[in-house]
Design a protein around this ligand. Structure first.
Ligand code: NDP
Ligand code: MG
Length: 394
């Protein structure tokens, strides 16, 4: 049974200052009579957050990095907004009785804390932060089943699958096919990537405007790996039921295939406002703020096989999704640090996947870890990746 949509959906946007967060606020602003931003959070970008608070007049704002406090002027925030500092504030608002829906738009494993609190308190949870499911998918889904929280994906592929699944009985599902744009280096060999990839090129995604971490993940195709793991737990699938195809136009957001061979797709121009809005209005559909398909213009859609040799990060995702246990937390943490080191010029692009594999192999695998085990391993994998050196540079 889909959850009932309240007449006024009171929303907390975790990561309001990011790419997902600002798109989410655009959606809220466009539907002011039915959607209300009641709480907004940022990590350090307090000026942007303050401007958002002047526009949306939320009751609460959270700045999760408390060290920022000293630099904020007395009148920066509107008088009706209570400002809290520190990561505890994320949990407090994610579980607050004044909130119906929590949008998880924080980047990285830092998003787990707020997402967990939202699931624990049985909210409607619009989950963009795929890392939450990569790190602790089985635990999060188990908790949601217990509390009655409704997890609605925001990631465009998972939103497409969530929508496609409504067309048939769950037991008649054969498999899902996640589409991937292929990123800026689609068609490049590993050798060409080694020679020609720069930070600037990796940050220039051909079809999507996103934050830097996910943009680099799209270039290595680690993003698709994280999405394979996300899909496995979110939709309770066997790894054999998940496939990936390269679709450079980013118009078909994914496919659902049923036992009779019927394949259902969800199409729309690449714009995150659509899946964000759907997560806020489900099971209703409202006229949107995103561009729509123009069928008077020619439109070509291509589907190509994924190149697992040129993009070893993709292979890693399937392996990790199959093994489960502690692998997701280790891969995610190692990748977060590797992406940071790549952006600082301290790691080569092609070393990201290699280093992640090394750290995965070196970890103490546990098939059914607790949340505490996962958080400890997250810290361990981060340290290992900080120290990782390629054989060439030793
Ligand atoms: P951005 O980098 O644009 O924004 C990240 C947000 O998280 C900002 O509000 C930032 O605050 C906040 N933040 C960063 N670090 C912390 C921290 N340690 N603690 C608390 N808050 C923090 O990211 P995106 O919007 O691109 O991505 C957000 C999530 O959504 C990711 O998990 C990504 O994989 C997923 N996603 C994104 C898509 C997109 O189109 N962008 C598409 C599909 C999924 P501050 O501004 O103060 O740094
Ligand atoms: Mg996606």
């Amino acid at each position: 049974m889909p959850p009932e949509l309240p007449d006024l959906n009171r929303i907390a946007v975790l990561g309001a200052t990011g790419s997902i967060g600002t798109s989410c606020l655009d959606v809220i602003a466009a539907h002011g009579s039915r959607l209300k931003a009641v709480a907004l959070t940022a990590h350090r970008s307090w000026e942007v957050l303050a401007a958002q608070c002047h526009q949306h007049k939320p009751h609460f704002a959270v700045i999760s990095d408390p060290s920022v406090r000293a630099s904020i002027g007395g009148n920066a925030f509107p008088s009706g907004t209570e400002v809290r500092f520190g990561p505890e504030g994320l949990e407090e608002i994610a579980s607050h009785p004044e909130i119906d829906t929590v949008v998880c738009g924080i980047v990285g494993a830092a998003g787990l804390r707020g997402a967990w609190a939202a699931v624990e308190s049985g909210k409607r949870v619009a989950i963009a932060n795929k890392e939450t499911l990569v790190v602790a998918g089985p635990l999060v889904m188990h908790l949601a089943a217990k509390t009655g929280a409704c997890l609605i994906p925001v990631d465009s592929e998972h939103s497409a699958i969530f929508q496609g699944l409504q067309a048939g009985r769950r037991r008649d599902l054969k498999r899902i096919v996640l589409t991937a744009s292929g990123g800026p280096f689609r068609g490049w060999s590993k050798e060409r990537q080694e020679r020609e990839v720069t930070v600037e090129r990796a940050l220039a995604h051909p079809t999507w405007q996103m934050g830097p971490k996910i943009t680099v993940d799209s270039a290595t195709m680690m993003n698709k790996s994280l999405e394979v793991i996300e899909a496995r737990w979110l939709f309770d699938l066997e790894i054999e039921q998940i496939a990936v195809t390269i679709h450079p136009q980013s118009i078909v957001h994914s496919f659902v295939e049923f036992l009779d061979g019927s394949v259902l797709a969800q199409l729309s121009p690449p714009d995150m406002k659509l899946p964000i809005q759907y997560a806020l209005t489900y099971p209703e559909r409202w006229s949107g703020t995103s561009p729509t398909m123009n069928w008077t213009q020619p439109c070509q859609l291509e589907f190509l096989p994924a190149d697992f040799d040129a993009f070893p990060a993709l292979k890693l995702g399937f392996e990790v999704a199959k093994q489960g246990g502690t692998c997701g937390a280790v891969l995610n943490a190692a990748n977060e640090v590797a992406v940071g080191r790549f952006l600082e010029g301290k790691l080569k692009f092609t070393e990201i996947a290699q280093a992640c594999r090394d750290i995965l192999i070196g970890h103490n695998f546990d098939a059914s870890p607790t949340l505490t085990d996962l958080l400890r391993l997250d810290g361990w994998a981060r340290q290992e990746m900080q120290q990782w050196k390629s054989l060439q540079s030793i």
